[in-house]
Design a protein around this ligand. Structure first.
Ligand SMILES: NC(=O)c1ccc[n+]([C@@H]2O[C@H](COP(=O)([O-])OP(=O)(O)OC[C@H]3O[C@@H](n4cnc5c(N)ncnc54)[C@H](OP(=O)(O)O)[C@@H]3O)[C@@H](O)[C@H]2O)c1
Length: 237
């Protein structure tokens, strides 16, 4: 398979790239940190293509897809994983703005260009890494949860669109991790999964062409509870 992962210099994206390359796939990785891109590519220069890119520079996204297409011949799977999440106890607008620019503007452009690329080739699999956070508001980081709700909703829209399109074979998967042991998790300990286990479960969900997958699987219980959470409990979270 030929794969493009937006945001693969660390954490979940890097673990996914690593596991896919170990399974003999070609993987293009993006991110802002050149030194990390170089380090990952050096592990298997024939299988990795690395492209330095800030997802907020949205007008370069079509070029990235074209570059990967030209290098590999086609793209079978695109995973939009890039994301940030920062505590914002004082409701600082600049933190909200950076989350919106990355997780909404950048990610939505990546999802849109990827979907349209797959429409042109009439097949492909688009995956976005949203979050269990998409299911509820968050008093300490409102823009992060809201951005993930946007992503999950947008992906459902693409899933409906793809299902209606009779002439194409496009799969859409929304990955919703709980807590995974990366810098972004910022010291969370509850049901914390290690990145390799999370990546393994994500790859399995992609192979099964799931519409939505909770990572790790037991987070579907939390998802079920969150959808039914009464306000008096929500206030305590
Ligand atoms: N860890 C968790 O508990 C958890 C839970 C639910 C959802 N998620 C989601 O999982 C995804 C991956 O996060 P992670 O936990 O693996 O954290 P991470 O280690 O911080 O990885 C984030 C990745 O996104 C990239 N990225 C961030 N901003 C970017 C930008 N402006 N342009 C391009 N790439 C950018 C980073 O690359 P550069 O810094 O090099 O640009 C890095 O490769 C995120 O979307 C996150 O919201 C994580």
């Amino acid at each position: 398979m030929n794969i493009l992962i937006f945001g693969a210099t660390s954490g979940i994206g890097r673990a996914l790239a690593h596991q896919y390359v170990n399974r003999e796939n070609n993987v293009a990785i993006t991110g802002r940190r050149q030194e990390l891109l170089d380090k990952i590519k050096a592990k298997n220069p024939k299988k990795y293509l690395s492209i330095k890119h800030d997802i907020r520079e949205v007008d370069f996204i079509p070029q990235i897809i074209q570059q990967v297409h030209k290098t590999f011949g086609n793209i079978d799977l695109i995973i939009v994983n890039a994301g940030i999440g920062k505590y914002n106890l004082d409701l600082d607008w600049h933190i909200c703005e950076s989350v919106i620019n990355t997780n909404i503007i950048g990610v939505t452009r990546a999802m849109t260009e990827s979907y349209n690329y797959f429409i042109q080739q009439q097949k492909g699999h688009l995956v976005n890494v949203s979050s269990v956070a998409s299911l509820m508001g968050n008093g300490t980081n409102p823009s992060y949860n809201a951005s993930k709700a946007f992503q999950a909703n947008f992906m459902e829209g693409l899933w409906i669109k793809a299902k209606k399109s009779k002439k194409t074979n496009i799969n859409i998967t929304d990955i919703r991790p709980g807590f995974v042991d990366t810098k972004l998790a910022q010291g969370e300990t509850f049901w914390l999964a290690d990145v390799d286990t999370a990546a393994k479960q994500i790859i399995r969900a992609i192979r099964k062409k799931k519409k939505i997958a909770y990572i790790t699987k037991r987070w579907c219980l939390i998802a079920w509870l969150l959808k039914r959470m009464p306000n008096f409990l929500l206030k305590k979270m």
